[in-house]
Write a protein that binds this ligand. Structure first.
Ligand code: NAD
Ligand code: WQD
Length: 333
């Protein structure tokens, strides 16, 4: 059985769909600080399968151990964490506590229940200003520009040291690039609280009239059209990456790190233009100043995941824009 932490969140919900469709049994936990329990019903509508679930904070070691003692957990896929970059600058202690203390509490419980396999949600943010693009896993980790990034950086180190001390453990660190899109059913997707930090949810909220216009943060970067370039990846492709990572766990991989990206960089204007073309909606925008902490260009070399896991991202930017809009539309009905 697989334990999924942060189970009702954006990426975990899509991953549970792919895992269930591949025959895995899931037990999920989440403290619902950034998601809703209704997500579970929507997952069930897609897969026809139930998920064992409990509302637990990963920092609550006793509750966690108590709940998990009822199951035989072979692998934990650890998504739970706070992820808002700006908020992490304002509330660093909350972020370090939630993400790092939470992971340490989880690791202690996993050790106590004899679970030796972990897949962890890391981020391309650990590369800081990347030393080179496309970014391979050998690219040195950089200086993070915010506490959120440092939590990923530090948790990776904790996991590396934990696996080194326990060579019978298998730990896969997945560095996600920019997840967007939604399940094509429109039943699950990303629905951020408040003003979205990320580009795609901001665009869908402009498209539905919730916000007046998009602010494009800078057009004077050293990129083809001057706006920031990122590796946007469809969340369903990302979710499949976790199913493929299970094969590395099966092969007793020890410690492995994989980039999960498409290998293609798109600018902010590329995303706006594609969204407008695919969905036939105009996105009003205004160029404003650069956002502090942003980098010019970030995209993956995903060759290692292809070679070792047999994983390749299949969805296009058109698919990402269409599915993001489909999900936003479903929210509004
Ligand atoms: P999300 O906020 O939708 O999901 C995270 C889930 O974790 C939420 O449901 C939240 O309620 C839960 N959670 C938070 N703290 C918890 C705690 N202490 N105990 C139990 N549950 C807790 O975010 P997401 O986009 O699905 O991200 C999932 C993971 O992937 C996170 O670790 C995030 O840092 C990482 N990641 C996300 C992105 C991205 O752009 N979305 C990119 C790279 C990495
Ligand atoms: C993408 C591009 C912006 C919003 C963040 C985190 C990273 C990871 C993914 C978790 C940039 C531009 C954005 C807007 C804009 N998360 N933009 N107007 O910054 O690449 O990555 O999410 O690990 O850690 O930092 O993603 O979607 O915020 O921005 O012009 O309203 O869109 O400047 O070029 P980012 P993003």
């Amino acid at each position: 059985m697989i334990l999924v932490t942060g189970a009702t969140g954006f990426i975990a919900s899509h991953t549970i769909v792919e895992l269930q469709n591949n025959g895995f049994d899931i037990v999920g936990i989440d403290n619902l600080c950034n998601s809703s329990v209704s997500v579970l019903d929507n997952i069930q509508k897609i897969t026809g399968k139930k998920i064992e679930f409990s509302n637990i904070d990963i920092r609550d070691k006793d509750a966690l151990k108590n709940f998990l003692s009822g199951y035989k957990i072979d692998t934990c896929i650890h998504f739970a964490g706070l992820k808002a970059v700006g908020e992490s600058v304002a509330k660093p202690v909350e972020y370090y506590d939630n993400n790092i203390s939470g992971t340490i509490s989880l690791l202690k419980v996993l050790n106590e229940i004899g679970c030796k396999n972990i897949i962890f949600s890391s981020s391309a943010t650990v590369y800081g200003i990347p030393a080179f693009v496309p970014i391979t896993e050998e690219c040195p980790k950089g200086i993070c520009t915010n506490p959120y990034g440092w939590t990923k950086h530090m948790i990776e180190q904790i996991l590396v040291d934990t696996q080194k001390a326990n060579p019978d453990m298998n730990i896969v660190i997945l560095r996600y690039f920019n997840p967007v899109g939604a399940h094509p059913s429109g039943l699950i997707g990303e629905n951020p609280n408040g003003i979205p930090n990320n580009l795609m949810p901001y665009i869908t909220q402009v498209a539905c009239g919730k916000r007046e216009k998009l602010f494009v943060y800078g057009n004077d970067y050293d990129t083809p059209d001057g706006t920031g370039v990122r590796d946007y990846i469809h969340v369903v492709d990302l979710a499949r990456g976790h199913v493929c990572a299970m094969s590395a766990i099966d092969k007793k991989c020890g410690l492995e790190i994989f980039n999960l990206g498409t290998g293609h960089g798109y600018s902010v204007l590329d995303v706006i233009n594609t969204f407008e073309k695919v969905n036939n909606i105009k996105i009003p925008y205004e160029i404003t100043a650069r956002r502090p902490g942003d980098i010019a260009m970030c995209y993956a070399n995903p060759e290692k995941a292809k070679r070792v896991l047999g994983w390749v991202a299949e969805h296009s930017l058109d698919d990402m824009c269409r599915d993001s809009w489909n999900y936003q539309n479903n929210l509004n009905v």
